[in-house]
Design a protein around this ligand. Structure first.
Ligand SMILES: C[S@@+](CC[C@H](N)C(=O)[O-])C[C@H]1O[C@@H](n2cnc3c(N)ncnc32)[C@H](O)[C@@H]1O
Length: 263
């Protein structure tokens, strides 16, 4: 199934999406005592924002994603950073049993899922992941901020309104970052026998208009992106709407759920 992450969206994602703060990588390393002998699987790895920085802490990472364009961008970004310890694999959450047989007796220190669990069957995933993990290893689910159109600020409210005029419906999707969804993930991890802790990191950062617009485009399915010739006009309109609400300060609440496999 084409989820719209291909083509230009992969590039937009790479250019405009935030990386993960080092504290979230550190939280994963600490919670599961990751070390140079460990393998990590990053499911829904996209352009590698999580997989690539984790690689420096472990033996190797397997980045898994159904979208080849995301993986191609991830591979070239990792190469640019001199990171060679990630294998990029076309696949999805339903491939965990296959990964299990590919790895044989080798278990992994962690399965990480950054900003992608809302695309997966989390109940089936949490139920299937245990045999892959070594004792003390676990699952990290991270929400990397909240969407630009759901911020509690005047510029974000104006953006919401403009987007609903443009797209014909108010964007409501929180991409799994809201409290109720986080609570569901936590409960499901516990039901499947994991000991769960949560790490919260909050920061704020000012966006320039280019990053604000690029961030919005990166969240659209590729077939909803405006044609290149329409973009200057759209950008001018949006800039006009948002200008009175500068500066565009984005609040970035990062929430990591850490489910440790109980021996
Ligand atoms: C919002 S992006 C997140 C990318 C990356 N983890 C990050 O944090 O920047 C969601 C990713 O999940 C992938 N995805 C969608 N459905 C999936 C599935 N069923 N299994 C694994 N990945 C999936 C998409 O192709 C996309 O690259």
């Amino acid at each position: 199934m084409d989820l719209g992450f291909g083509g230009e969206v992969a590039d937009l994602y790479h250019r405009y999406r935030r990386g993960y703060p080092s504290g979230s990588i550190g939280a994963c390393v600490d919670a599961f005592s990751l070390n140079g002998d460990d393998l990590v699987i990053d499911l829904g790895c996209g352009t590698g924002q999580l997989a690539t920085p984790i690689a420096s802490q472990v033996r190797a990472v397997i980045g898994v994603d159904p979208e080849p364009d995301m993986l191609a961008r991830a591979r070239s970004a990792a190469q640019d950073q001199g990171v060679a310890k990630v294998a990029w694999m076309v696949g999805s959450d339903s491939d965990l049993p296959l990964l299990r047989s590919l790895l044989g007796e080798q278990s992994v220190g962690a399965v990480t899922i950054g900003q992608a669990l809302h695309w997966m069957d989390h109940e089936a995933l949490f139920a299937a992941v245990d045999p892959l993990l070594r004792p003390g290893g676990g699952v990290m689910v991270v929400a990397n901020g909240i969407p630009l159109w759901l911020q509690d600020s005047d510029w974000s409210r104006a953006l919401r309104e403009w987007l609903s005029d443009w797209l014909g419906a108010g964007p409501a999707n929180s991409c799994g970052t809201d409290d109720a969804t986080q609570q569901r993930y936590r409960q499901s991890l516990m039901t499947n026998g994991f000991e769960v802790s949560k790490v919260e990191l909050d920061y704020a950062d000012e966006l320039d208009f280019d990053h604000l617009l690029g961030g919005i485009y990166s969240a659209l399915p590729v077939d909803r992106l405006p044609a290149p010739e329409e973009r200057p006009q759209l950008a001018a309109e949006l800039q006009e709407v948002l200008r009175p609400h500068r500066p565009y300060v984005e609040q970035v609440p990062v929430r990591a759920l850490l489910g440790t496999k109980v021996a």
